[in-house]
Design a protein around this ligand. Structure first.
Ligand SMILES: [Zn+2]
Length: 294
């Protein structure tokens, strides 16, 4: 074996890359930086509450909101998971082609890598926060942590850019978009009401303000205000009132403790203000520790 080849092999083995995703996506110049088995593991879709359904993978949450005028999909998981998301939606009795609006909690590959494909398949309109629009349009090249070298997902030019407190409307659904910057510049949470046969629920899909290990809270070259933005986001998240709490990763809101595949309809399983408060509190402690340490 030549020295250079051996070196490449060692680099691949010791780095935190999924070799499968490296080789499958390297052909089109797109490289998902990491992947974890739970991100692409199959998961049985289910009705969370009213017209809101879980259609994601074991850990990468994707949400379908149905309306009388077509459906909304929030987040996609990795590009390879698009067929799984499609079959999850169909297993619940809905048409994939009825997706009219695509939304994302933030423009990282693990939540938007399937957007380009789904947009092409359905003709849906992509809507993204104004501060993540550039990252979405350049496939992650301008992301303040993952950017610079290679695209991490297939680029999408948004049809509409969203601003803090904008409302996305489809049919009878009204979704309020809250900008919670830090994790990305345009990270969003979504707040909306859904109804079932018994009552109405206020739902929060929160973009939890986790901090990537490469983030310097004192300021990143292309995001000097990152630390300040995290502080604002914590303040906003702590004030929110809701009944049901969900987020971008199943693990963030303990989906697998609250619901087992095949369980009957039980929205109360996701009423968890205590869990939410504790999770935000933990993230804020991590934030303060990192801030003081840097
Ligand atoms: Zn992320």
């Amino acid at each position: 074996m030549k020295k250079s080849k051996r070196l490449l092999l060692i680099i691949l083995l010791v780095s935190d890359l999924s070799l499968a995703s490296f080789f499958s996506s390297a052909q089109n110049g797109i490289h998902e930086p990491i992947s974890q088995p739970e991100w692409t593991r199959e998961y049985k879709p289910f009705r969370i509450v009213g017209n809101l359904y879980y259609v994601g993978t074991y850990d990468l949450a994707c949400y379908l909101i149905t309306t009388s005028n077509g459906n909304i999909l929030i987040n996609t998981g990795l590009a390879a998971s698009v067929p799984m998301i499609k079959s999850n939606i169909e297993a619940l009795g809905f048409n994939f082609s009825d997706i009219k609006i695509l939304l994302a909690t933030h423009a990282h590959f693990d939540h938007v890598a399937g957007m380009a494909q789904i947009k092409k398949m359905t003709g849906a309109k992509m809507m993204i926060n104004e501060n993540d629009a550039a990252v979405l349009a350049d496939g992650g090249m301008s992301d303040y942590v993952f950017g610079g070298k290679e695209k991490t997902f297939e680029p999408v030019v948004a049809n509409r850019t969203l601003h803090d407190h904008d409302t996305v409307t489809l049919g009878e659904m009204q979704i309020v978009v809250l900008n919670h910057p830090g994790h990305t510049k345009g990270a969003n949470s979504f707040l909306f009401d859904v109804k079932d046969e018994h009552r109405s629920y206020r739902v929060l899909i929160a973009n939890m303000p986790t901090i990537l290990s490469a983030t310097k809270l004192s300021g990143m070259p292309t995001y000097p205000d990152v630390g300040k933005n995290y502080a604002k986001t914590f303040e906003s998240l702590k004030k929110l009132k809701f009944d049901i709490w969900l987020s971008s990763h199943a693990s963030q809101f303990a989906l697998h403790e609250k619901h087992k595949p095949g369980d009957p309809y039980k929205p109360e399983a996701f009423v968890d203000q205590k869990g939410y408060d504790a999770a935000i509190d933990n993230l804020q402690k991590d934030y303060e520790k990192r801030l003081n340490g840097q």
